[in-house]
Write a protein that binds this ligand. Structure first.
Ligand code: URA
Length: 263
């Protein structure tokens, strides 16, 4: 018998021995020497939170003035949507901007009666520079088209205006941090004031949280509330509806409620 045949025979023999031991209940391997697992390691590992919240991970550029105050001042000085877009594009206090290709400002007709407020751009929106152009956005368009509303309509009656809480894509589509939402909220509030829609539709938890300080879109959806002096309808995010098609029935009820409100 050659060497190769010996190796093969040893391998089969070893496997058979292991199988026998597993059948017999020996399902853990042990070391030759005992190991005290309660011993402290020579160097204690750093807590995860300390790493996650190190200054380089914070969205606020270090050494900056209070970013919320800077945002408020810049937003309040903008007298037109074009000025607000320029002020937002020039805002340097949010690190999300550094990883983004575009500042995604808005889409649709600023004369629309309905303003939709989403969360943040995804990869496609970041590439194109327009909100809601990916799969979720296509569903959003179909949903609102079902009640006769479109972002491409020139007629205010049937038009939509769409924007997001954050104009820059969070890396890996992670949820926006409360600090990011807080520093961009002055721009969102000014944006809504300048467009002055009749109703605001918030889609998903992030815009609900941004405008009301509360979460729980599944509980809040379908119930009209008041924000910034305007009626607000919370709805589930179209990305959620893509993952949970059964929830489309409730979304349809919410759209009918919106349609009734506009009549
Ligand atoms: N999801 C959002 O909330 N906004 C977009 O623009 C795209 C996806």
């Amino acid at each position: 018998m050659g060497i190769a045949a010996n190796i093969a025979e040893d391998w089969h023999a070893a496997l058979a021995a292991l199988a026998w031991q597993v059948d017999a209940g020996a399902d853990e391997t042990i070391l030759d020497a005992p190991l005290n697992r309660y011993d402290l390691p020579a160097e204690a590992p750093k807590p995860l939170a300390a790493k996650a919240f190190s200054s380089s991970a914070l969205p606020v550029a270090s050494g900056a003035a209070d970013p919320v105050a800077v945002a408020r001042s810049a937003a309040d000085q903008a007298g037109t949507l074009a000025a607000l877009q320029a002020a937002l594009t020039a805002f340097e206090h949010c690190d999300l901007k550094r990883g983004a290709r575009n500042t995604v400002f808005s889409d649709g007709n600023p004369k629309a009666r309905v303003l939709i407020l989403g969360e943040a751009p995804g990869a496609e929106e970041d590439r194109e520079g327009r909100p809601f152009v990916g799969r979720a956005g296509q569903l959003l368009d179909r949903m609102f088209a079902a009640i006769g509303l479109s972002r491409t309509s020139a007629d205010a009656e049937s038009a939509l205006y769409i924007t997001n809480v954050l104009p820059w894509r969070p890396p890996g589509n992670r949820d926006p941090e409360p600090a990011e939402i807080a520093m961009l909220l002055p721009f969102v509030e000014r944006h809504i004031a300048l467009v002055d829609p009749e109703v605001i539709v918030v889609v998903g938890n992030t815009p609900l949280f941004a405008l009301t300080g509360t979460k729980g879109i599944l509980r809040a959806r379908g119930t009209w509330a008041q924000t910034l002096g305007k009626p607000m309808l919370p709805m589930t995010h179209p990305a959620y509806l893509l993952r949970n098609p059964a929830a489309k029935r409730e979304a349809w009820a919410d759209l009918l409620s919106l349609q009734a409100r506009l009549r």
